[in-house]
Design a protein around this ligand. Structure first.
Ligand code: ATP
Length: 354
């Protein structure tokens, strides 16, 4: 059953609609990532849940209680939610211990209770040894851990994270993704996590909600979203893919504009007329010799080949001037200008709903 439920949630700024009727159900204890390009409405949705901005329409329910509707709105301080921002927003004049304890002191708990709760969280976030330091004496990653500890210690009904790792360098960001997932597995707070970083969403989320232009484009498990994108937008946004456009023929066959005819083993092509087919870069098989089969096979010419350490990245020009991108092991080194054969396995060709 849904613990957090958004129904027809809408937010307008003047005549501009930033969030356009979002419906979303999040089960208790799940971590949901709102993922999408800049300006698609992720942060606005998060702020609506937190109560920092009033909704224009729709409802928000938490644990069966209405926190926002046309009739009434619970203010942020009445929602028992914790929000973590890009800027860690730590108190510079307080130690790590005092920063984490702050939310509990407001709740008038005894000193012993506070110390016990704070030390439990500091231990889980590997900060115990740093409890007497000030934020200015910590690295960026350590400061972000403190902001996580501070949010977790009050045992929020809902944890909200707004691009929490964007101020960290690439290596630390990767490490902290795993850390956030580990902490989530330990504490199981219902969490909404905003990011525009696909890898961050794939690593941390139970469910990814892809947003586009104020709407939900698709919601599902990371595997669902990656393996079974429903729309061209999702296929392009999540992972590298080639999109070939064409016209649906009989059954599962699409005649691409360049002349290539593809059998599509997955997806749901438009009932008639124009449709798009998605095939991931790594799913196309590249060979310098003509394969035995004929289905979904075409000839092309290498126009770019780049060595990337773990693999080689190819651009291949095929019939009709279409260019597709594919990858191959490093030992498959075919020079620019050479003829190659591409196989598009039917089970990897996904016809997208138009
Ligand atoms: P980013 O990844 O860049 O943070 P986002 O998906 O979180 O983007 P939002 O911050 O939710 O996007 O903004 C959605 C849209 O609403 C944007 O076009 C933005 O310019 C607009 N917007 C946000 N806040 C306001 C505001 N206070 N007044 C007017 N327009 C706003």
């Amino acid at each position: 059953m849904a613990f957090l439920k958004l129904q027809g949630l809408t937010k307008s700024y003047g005549s501009f609609l930033a969030v356009k009727g979002v419906d979303l159900s999040v089960e208790k204890g799940k971590l949901v990532c709102l993922l999408g390009p800049s300006g698609c409405g992720k942060t606005t949705t998060l702020r609506l849940v937190a109560g920092f901005v009033p909704a224009t329409g729709g409802e928000i329910h938490v644990g069966g209680k209405t926190v926002s509707s046309a009739k009434s709105t619970v203010p942020p301080e009445g929602r028992n939610m914790s929000m973590i921002f890009q800027s860690y927003a730590l108190w510079p004049h307080m130690t790590v211990f005092e920063n984490v304890a702050y939310g509990l002191t407001l709740r008038r708990l005894s000193k012993a209770q506070i110390a016990e709760s704070v030390r439990t969280i500091l231990s889980a976030t590997q900060l115990l040894a740093l409890e007497s330091r000030y934020p200015g004496e910590l690295s960026g990653g350590q400061q972000q851990r403190v902001s996580l500890a501070r949010a977790l210690v009050i045992k929020p009904e809902i944890l909200l994270l707004d691009e929490p790792l964007s101020n960290l360098d690439a290596n630390l960001r990767e490490e902290m993704r795993f850390e956030i997932r580990r902490l989530h597995d330990e504490f199981r707070y219902t969490t909404v996590y905003v990011t525009h970083d696909q890898a961050e969403a794939m690593t941390t989320a139970d469910m990814i909600v892809v947003m586009n232009d104020g709407r939900i484009e698709q919601a599902g498990s990371p595997e669902d979203i990656y393996e079974r994108p429903a729309t061209e937008f999702v296929a392009r946004f999540i992972g590298g893919t080639n999109i070939l456009t064409g016209t649906r023929r009989d059954g599962d066959t699409v005649g691409c504009d360049g002349g290539l005819v593809l059998r599509c083993g997955s997806g749901s092509p438009a009932h008639e007329g124009r449709t798009a087919v998605s095939i991931r870069h790594h799913d196309i098989e590249l060979s310098s010799v003509r394969p035995a089969g004929e289905t979904n096979v075409t000839v092309g010419t290498v126009t770019r080949q780049i060595y990337l350490g773990s693999h080689r990245d190819y651009l291949v020009s095929i019939a009709g001037g279409e260019v597709v991108r594919t990858v191959a092991p490093v030992n498959v080194a075919i020079p620019v200008g050479q003829e190659v054969w591409l196989t598009f396995p039917p089970e990897k060709c996904r016809a997208l709903a138009s």
